[in-house]
Design a binder for this molecule. Structure first.
Ligand SMILES: [Zn+2]
Length: 248
C-alpha cells in the first residue's frame, strides 16, 4: 500500500457522500493530489479543521482507488491566523489557489509552484504586507516559472527600448507607439510591473495603492488568462479556462 508523508497547500475542498470531504492539495514532492477526508464534515472531526482551503499542512496519506488518497493524519504547518482573520487576505488567497488548481499538474515544475504557494500564504499572513497585489505578483511569478515571463524592457515586436505605451498579453509584452496593440500602458504601471518582476516586491507590498496598481492587475489577469487558454488546449485538465476568482 502506497503511503505519502508530505507538506501541502489545500487548494480547495468539495463534499463527498454523507459526511466526507475531498481536498485538492498541492504537495511539495508529489504535485497535485486528491485526498478523501473521511468524516471530515462531522463537527467532531479533527480532519475537517485542518483540510480547509488555504491551509498549509503536513499530511500522512495512504493510496486508495484510482488517483485518490485517504487522509490518515493532517496537522498545520502554519496557523496563518492573520490571513484567516481578514477577508481581503482570504480573497487574495482564493484568487491564487484557484489559479493553482487550474494548472495541469502533469507538466509543470511542482516544487517551484509549491514554494510559490507557501510564500504567498506566508506573505498574506504578514500584517506588514498589503494583499492587493499578491495575486498579481503570483501570476507573474507563475509565468516566469513556466518560461513565459512577459517582456517589459523593450517593444516585443520591434525591439525598440521606448517609449513603451501598451501591453498585449497575446504577444507577451510591452509595445511601442508604432507597434501598439492590447491595453494602453501608463509609465506608472510600467514602473510598477518592472518592480514586481524585478525583485522589489517586498517594498511594493508595503505600499498602499501604488500608482498604476489597477492597470497592472488587469494586465496580469490578461497574461495569466492568455497563458492558461494556450496551456489548457494542450493539457489534459478539464479545469475552467478562467477561474472564477479572476473574474471579480
Ligand atoms: Zn515596436
Amino acid at each position: 500500500m502506497k503511503e505519502i508523508d508530505d507538506d501541502a497547500v489545500v487548494l480547495r475542498t468539495y463534499k463527498s457522500g454523507e459526511a466526507d470531504r475531498i481536498a485538492v492539495l498541492w504537495t511539495r514532492d508529489h504535485g497535485k493530489l486528491r485526498v478523501l477526508a473521511k468524516g471530515s464534515r462531522k463537527t467532531t472531526s479533527r480532519l475537517g479543521g485542518t483540510l480547509e482551503p488555504l491551509a498549509y499542512v503536513h499530511v500522512d496519506l495512504v493510496k486508495s482507488r484510482g488517483d485518490l488518497f485517504i487522509a490518515r493524519h493532517v496537522q498545520h504547518r502554519e496557523r496563518l491566523s492573520v490571513l484567516r482573520a481578514s477577508y481581503p487576505r482570504i480573497n487574495a488567497g482564493y484568487a491564487v489557489v484557484e489559479v493553482a488548481d487550474a494548472i495541469p499538474s502533469e507538466n509543470v515544475a511542482d516544487e517551484g509552484i509549491f514554494d510559490l504557494l507557501t510564500r504567498v500564504l506566508l506573505t498574506l499572513d504578514n500584517e506588514q504586507f498589503d494583499p492587493t497585489l499578491v495575486p498579481t505578483s503570483f501570476y507573474f511569478k507563475l509565468l516566469a516559472l513556466d518560461g513565459s515571463e512577459p517582456v517589459l524592457d523593450s517593444c516585443v515586436q520591434c525591439g525598440r527600448e521606448g517609449p513603451l505605451v501598451a501591453f498585449d498579453a497575446q504577444v507577451g509584452g510591452t509595445l511601442c507607439a508604432n507597434c501598439r496593440s492590447g491595453r494602453s500602458l501608463s509609465p506608472e504601471a510600467l514602473t510598477l510591473m518592472r518592480r514586481i518582476v524585478g525583485g522589489d516586491l517586498a517594498h511594493v507590498l508595503r505600499e498602499l495603492s501604488a500608482p498604476g496598481e489597477g492597470e497592472v492587475m488587469a494586465i496580469a489577469h490578461d497574461a495569466i488568462e492568455q497563458h492558461f487558454a494556450k496551456r489548457l488546449k494542450v493539457g489534459r485538465s478539464s479545469a475552467p479556462l478562467l477561474p472564477s476568482a479572476l473574474e471579480r
